[in-house]
Design a protein around this ligand. Structure first.
Ligand SMILES: Nc1ncnc2c1ncn2[C@@H]1O[C@H](COP(=O)(O)OP(=O)(O)O)[C@@H](O)[C@H]1O
Ligand SMILES: [Mg+2]
Length: 309
């Protein structure tokens, strides 16, 4: 079965520059080399879902500029349909300006640009896409009006929604966002939303229970190299991360989420989907870049066989 996925979310270009040290106020530093990478949580999760074997439609906004063309070309190359990506006048394609120093420490400025145009009204023509899909992926880098409208439609139609509550956003208790089928957060977001300290799998389990109390069917907390934990009616499942040599952890969460969602639709096994997500993310962190680091389904299945056999 080839699952159909819709992603409603952000599209960015990441401009990454390596430097000896990051600039102090007023200082100009000569970079060593810079590269353009396609990014944005929406775009990353779309590419991840596509690489893992889903048919994927992206709903998002870019500017009428060269950087937008890089972003859409990369989505297309990854097999993602871009017919629901809108070009916005007078706003540039969203961009993340990332400087990385010789110790691997980074400073990041994200400028949302055209992503702010993805509102509840903008997505109306694309709501029918949700109805013919198996899973809807959402994040918090676009206006919340779009996310709420999409989740409402998915609920009406009985479609699975997977909401990544990242980056952190104040959300009222009565919001429909809490009622997504699956909610995913990393340890920082889990602490933000629950007020709990989240440092290990035990803490994550407590935070996950809070998210389920608020309405999520399945709560998943990812903990970087400490793995991930899920809480649902089925109980708790703790998953170890796969040990790898780390090159760049950008898009670890997005890769995990895209892979988890697609495998969960295929198997309806939380445990199998967590293994699949962990293996996919481990391969992504062993490579530089966001979308450029996301592996294919075959490589993920081989790693699963090697690791969990
Ligand atoms: N250093 C790492 N080594 C192996 N797997 C990792 C590493 N960092 C992240 N992962 C995998 O990716 C998942 C998501 O990473 P995490 O850092 O929690 O998300 P985010 O990118 O949202 O901060 C983890 O649960 C783990 O399976
Ligand atoms: Mg992390």
């Amino acid at each position: 079965m080839k699952p159909n996925a819709v992603i409603i979310g952000s599209l960015n270009i990441d401009i990454v520059v390596l430097c000896s040290h990051r600039p102090q106020p007023g200082e100009t530093v000569i970079g060593l080399n810079h590269q353009f990478f396609s990014g944005g949580k929406g775009g990353n999760q779309a590419v991840a879902a596509s690489h893992m074997g889903a048919g994927v439609s992206m709903v998002g906004c870019i500017g009428n500029d060269y950087l937008g063309e890089i972003v859409t070309a990369n989505l297309k190359k990854s097999g993602v349909s871009i017919s629901a990506v809108r070009h916005v006048e007078n706003k540039p394609t969203g961009a993340a300006f990332i400087s990385i120093d010789k110790d691997g420490e980074n400073s990041i400025i994200v400028s949302p640009g055209a992503n702010v145009s993805l509102t509840g009204d903008t997505i109306i023509p694309f709501l029918s896409l949700i109805e013919s899909s198996d899973i809807l992926f959402l994040q918090c880098e676009v206006p919340v009006s779009a996310t709420e409208k999409a989740i409402s439609r998915a609920k009406e139609q009985g479609i699975v929604s997977l909401l990544n509550l990242a980056p952190c956003l104040p959300i009222p208790d009565e919001s429909i966002l809490w009622k997504s089928t699956i909610i995913t957060v990393n340890e920082i977001e889990a602490a933000y939303y629950t007020g709990l300290d989240v440092r290990n799998q035990e803490d994550a389990e407590k935070a996950g229970r809070e998210l389920v109390k608020r309405g999520a069917g399945i709560a998943i907390i990812t903990l970087g190299d400490m793995g991930s934990v899920s809480i649902s009616e089925e109980g708790v499942h703790r998953q170890k991360a796969v040990k790898v040599d780390v090159v760049d952890t950008t898009a670890a969460g997005d890769t995990y989420i895209g892979a988890f969602g697609v495998e969960w639709i295929r198997t309806k096994s939380i445990e199998a989907a967590m293994k699949f997500g962990s293996a996919a993310a481990a391969l992504a962190v062993s490579k530089m870049g966001a979308q450029s680091s996301i592996p294919g389904e075959k490589a993920v299945r081989s790693l699963i066989e090697e690791t969990f056999a």
